[in-house]
Design a binder for this molecule. Structure first.
Ligand code: SAM
Length: 400
């Protein structure tokens, strides 16, 4: 089902909203160059977001309220479309705002990323006139449209995994007057037919850098992507591609996260209660659950146990217990308050997951607890390594 055409929007009003948005993005330091300013001023975000879901907390859990011109009136919908926020446009891989008459449950599967992050990444990507760009994660098509405005549609290829989202993006891009190459498929495989690319930007995150990207971006070209994983650690990294499947670069500032590329999503937690109730041993730990919520330690923990996922579960008395679980290795670590303000950890299975997390956090602390901008990534055909300081510093391998 396609979205209904947005109800009549006054062109001059929309132009004012775009100009206001550009001004705010510039004042915030996100928009840094005239070329991208011109793109934000020209591209109508409302064509790409005919409806979105607004998040609300309720006793029944997170609910998503559909916001469309029909449900809230044109002015309210339009006003929000030009704010600097991420707008969720699809739930559970198929539910769209136009399909929902009332608040619904669901997990976000597509969105229009907040404009400040979109333009910040485009500035970081820094394509030059004539460059060919591959975008992974078309989503609504808004960022694709900005790329088309800057470079010309003939220089832009964009891949979307979800056929419904891709179809909507195609319609919106056509309505906006842009004609990039749009591909429905797995962006982790890139799109060989239009390679080589000078730049690749991903608006979904990856656990490891796909080898196809290294083959399809020319030596000297740039890959800009978030690296994430199953503990929800994340970081934006900019790589320069070398010869023969290599690349290297540093993590950029900011707390940037994106939904994980669909084929790399965490496996289902089958057999969870058997794993958690399996035999284990308990000991005091200096690392409590804050490791799972502080930006850089969370990233470090994920590097230490890349096959583990975070599971927060409420107990009978309503409190929350933090678990780290590796379903394939049937291993777990559960953090338990020790009643004295500290924690003990109960671990079992093949791998002592929390031992590995503690060791990695200690290594990071010994290096001076640096921010993520001190980290870098080296990719070779054999191995992908995140390091602290320089490529010879402490490092962890990404999952193969
Ligand atoms: C945050 S949204 C993209 C935002 C988009 N750039 C915009 O401005 O609207 C991430 C998108 O990545 C898509 N995605 C997830 N895994 C993918 C994959 N392996 N290949 C291509 N797209 C993928 C999702 O379906 C989703 O639409």
């Amino acid at each position: 089902m396609t979205d209904p055409a947005p109800q009549a929007v006054d062109d001059r009003h929309a132009a004012r909203l775009r100009a206001d948005l550009a001004r705010r993005l510039e004042t915030g330091g996100h928009l840094r160059s005239p070329a991208w300013r011109a793109a934000v001023t020209a591209v109508s975000r409302h064509l790409f977001v005919p409806g979105f879901f607004r998040w609300t907390d309720s006793p029944r859990g997170t609910m998503w309220t559909p916001i469309t011109p029909e449900s809230t009136g044109v002015a309210a919908w339009l006003g929000e479309v030009y704010t600097d926020q991420t707008l969720v446009t699809q739930l559970d891989g198929g539910v769209h705002p136009a399909d929902a008459r009332e608040p619904v449950h669901g997990d976000p599967t597509s969105s229009s990323t907040l404009p400040s992050l979109v333009v910040r990444m485009l500035e970081d990507l820094d394509p030059h006139d004539g460059d060919r760009v591959l975008e992974v994660g078309t989503g609504t098509g808004y960022s694709t449209a900005l790329l088309c405005h800057r470079l010309g549609g003939e220089h832009v290829t964009s891949i979307e995994y979800d056929p419904g989202a891709a179809e909507r993006a195609r319609a919106a891009l056509t309505a906006a007057g842009y004609a990039p190459a749009l591909v429905i498929g797995d962006g982790l495989l890139g799109h060989e037919a239009n390679a080589p690319y000078d730049r690749l930007v991903a608006t979904c995150s990856v656990r490891t850098v796909p080898s196809a990207w290294l083959r399809q971006v020319r030596p000297g070209g740039t890959i800009l992507t978030t690296l994430s994983g199953w503990l929800h650690g994340s970081g934006l990294v900019r790589l320069t591609v070398g010869d023969d499947g290599t690349a290297e670069g540093r993590f950029l500032p900011g707390t940037v996260s994106f939904m994980i590329a669909r084929p790399q999503a965490a496996p289902a937690l089958s057999g969870l209660s058997d794993i958690l109730n399996g035999p284990g041993d308990e000991r005091p730990t200096r690392c409590g659950p804050e490791v799972m919520s502080d930006w850089t330690p969370q990233f470090v923990a994920q590097l230490a146990v890349p096959h583990a996922q975070y599971v927060g579960m409420s107990t009978d008395d309503g409190s929350m217990l933090d678990h780290v679980v590796d379903v394939s290795g049937k291993s777990f670590a559960t953090l338990l308050p020790d009643g004295d303000g500290g924690f003990t950890v109960r671990q079992g299975g093949v791998t002592r997951l929390w031992d590995a997390v503690e060791e990695a956090v200690r290594t990071w602390q010994k290096a001076g607890s640096p921010p993520q901008t001190a980290f870098g990534l080296t990719v070779t055909p054999e191995r992908q390594r995140v390091w602290i300081g320089d490529p010879g510093g402490p490092s962890w391998s990404l999952p193969a």
